[in-house]
Ligand binder design. Sequence first.
Ligand SMILES: Nc1ncnc2c1ncn2[C@@H]1O[C@H](COP(=O)(O)OP(=O)(O)OP(=O)(O)O)[C@@H](O)[C@H]1O
Ligand SMILES: [Mg+2]
Length: 236
Amino acid sequence: MSAIIFEQVSVRRAGRPVLAVPALRLDEQRVGLIGDNGSGKSTLLRLMNGLLLPTHGQVTVAGLETVRHRKQLPAAVGFVFQNPDHQLIFPTVGEEIAFGLTERGLPTAQARRQVSALLERHGCAELADRNVNELSGGQKQFVCILAMLVTEPSILLMDEPLSSLDLPTRLRLSRRVMALTQQVVMASHDFELLREFDRVLWLDDGRIRLDGRPADVLPAYREHAALAAAGEVAAS
Ligand SMILES: Nc1ncnc2c1ncn2[C@@H]1O[C@H](COP(=O)(O)OP(=O)(O)OP(=O)(O)O)[C@@H](O)[C@H]1O
Ligand SMILES: [Mg+2]
């Protein structure tokens, strides 16, 4: 039941059309989203967890139609924001990560123990009592990812989650993402990771321009980007 289905979906924002997806069904375990800035990657992801509702059409995620079941979606669908400052709401790292567990009924003391063990496993136990506002950008991104993973939702939506991470953390989390049993939909410019995915969608100006295996879609997008850059250099 973990499919993501778009039917005749279009989105207008501030009076402008920003996305049009007539038909899309995502069943694969690892789905990547690529495309230029402003092409619609975040919009597509936000439609999948009800943060954004379609202007027309409908989106169904894990059997939940996003308009009718908006309140139930967060329990089934985890989300990592592109900007960690839009996600982090608690004063300390420990509280931030523990929230997802206490919200699901785990007693506070048990949740805190689980969070300490998780941070320990990732070699950063010292982060537990740190103020989230005093973390670096990459550390914030890392905390957001752990906060999502700890609740084990059945679908994970990640909006450029690895962009600020240092190489060791990126490689460790990439491996972790590939080992997850859940479905993952991730916007990313990390082609090394996306090469391992089952399917990649290339978004262009609010539409799906190419949809297929990474071995076909990634080189096509790279070539397009190189041609666009060469054109700009020639014109200047
Ligand atoms: N809050 C908003 N109000 C109006 N238009 C918006 C808003 N957020 C995004 N848009 C527009 O929607 C379109 C798609 O934006 P979106 O954020 O989905 O792109 P993206 O592919 O995620 O880009 P990036 O790579 O920069 O993260 C863009 O034209 C953008 O200007
Ligand atoms: Mg985005």
